[in-house]
Design a protein around this ligand. Sequence first.
Ligand code: FMN
Length: 182
Amino acid sequence: MLYPLPVVMVSVADKNGKYNIITIAWAGTVCTNPPMVSISVRPERYSFDILRDSGEFVVNLTSKELVYAADYCGVKSGRDVDKFKELGLTPLPASVVKAPVIGESPVNLECKVTQLIPLGSHTMFLAEVVAVHAEQKYMDEKGKFHLEQAEPVVYSHGAYLLCGRQLGTFGCSVRRRTERKK
Ligand SMILES: Cc1cc2nc3c(=O)[nH]c(=O)nc-3n(C[C@H](O)[C@H](O)[C@H](O)COP(=O)(O)O)c2cc1C
C-alpha cells in the first residue's frame, strides 16, 4: 500500500552482449554515500540470471513519453522479443558498465551489484551507482536539473501517474516566515 512507486526501465546485457529491458517498480534509493539503489526481481524473470551473472544494470527513469515502452517492457519477456527493436529504443554505450543506456530516457544510473538478498518472492539486488547521465536539455544555465520538465511518471496501485503540482520544498516547514516570503 505504499505509494507512489518509481517505475523504471532496467537495462541489462548478457554475456553474449544481448540487451534486454525489464520494468521495475520495487526500486529505491538506499544510501547517499556511497550512492546506492536497490531493485527487487523475481527469480523467474528472464532478466534475473543476466542481472545475477553480469552484476551490472542501468536504471533508466520513465518520462510521459516512455510510458508505453515501460509497460511493454513489463509485460513482454526478453525470452520472446527484442524489446529495444520492437520499441525503436536506442541502446547507447554506458561509461562504466556493459549494460546499455536507453537513449530516450531523461536520466540513467549505471549500477554495479554489491549484494543479492533473497527475500521470498523477490530477490533484492543492492547496487552502487557508478555513473549518472542526465539529459542536457533539462539543465538550466545555473546547472540545476529540472526533471519535472521531462514529465516523470510514478506508479501507484496499477496506474501510471504524472507527478503533480509542487506543494513545497525541502525544509519549508521550518523556514522563517520572512525567508518564506522571498
Ligand atoms: C509497472 C510494472 C512494474 C513491475 N515491477 C516489477 C518488479 O519490481 N520486480 C519484478 O520482478 N517484476 C516487475 N514487473 C514485471 C516484469 O517487468 C515483467 O515480468 C517483465 O516481462 C520481465 O521481463 P523479462 O522476462 O524480459 O525479464 C513489473 C511490471 C510492470 C508493468
